[in-house]
Design a protein. Structure first.
Length: 134
């Protein structure tokens, strides 16, 4: 099962990277795409992002710094939380996020055409359920 889920993730990431490159976002990497997919609207903290992604804060921070250097995000000190950074999308980041959402909708439609609407609904339903602790 883990290999199947990973294959599905890779299908989406590879497809998103190819489509993003075609519209001028060729410098985006797979870890950056995955991080963007976990960003919440508005602002968030790096520690919360690391928790949602299930990876270390160091790995998240390294990717955030790359995205900041590319002009997609800003990392600002949080005046209310010591040692926390608030992540905010720049205008360029918002453009990337909008393009990414459109690309993912198109890819889901493509997947629906391949596996059928019922199978796609079942896949979404199964992955959206709370699975609980491993």
């Amino acid at each position: 099962m883990i290999a199947l889920l990973q294959t599905g993730t890779e299908w989406f990431v590879r497809g998103a990277l190819e489509r993003l490159a075609a519209i001028g976002f060729g410098t985006i990497s797979a870890p950056q795409v995955l991080l963007f997919a976990h960003l919440e609207c508005g602002s968030t903290h790096a520690s919360g992002l690391a928790s949602r992604m299930g990876i270390s804060r160091q790995a998240v921070y390294r990717t955030l710094k790359e995205l900041q250097s590319s002009g997609f995000l800003t990392l600002d000190d949080d005046p209310n939380a010591r040692n926390q950074k608030i992540i905010r999308m720049t205008e360029r980041g918002e453009t990337l996020a909008t393009a990414g959402r459109s690309i993912l909708r198109d890819m889901e439609a493509q997947l629906e055409g391949r596996i059928g609407a019922a199978a796609l609904r079942a896949l979404r339903d199964a992955t959206e359920r709370g699975w609980g602790a491993p």
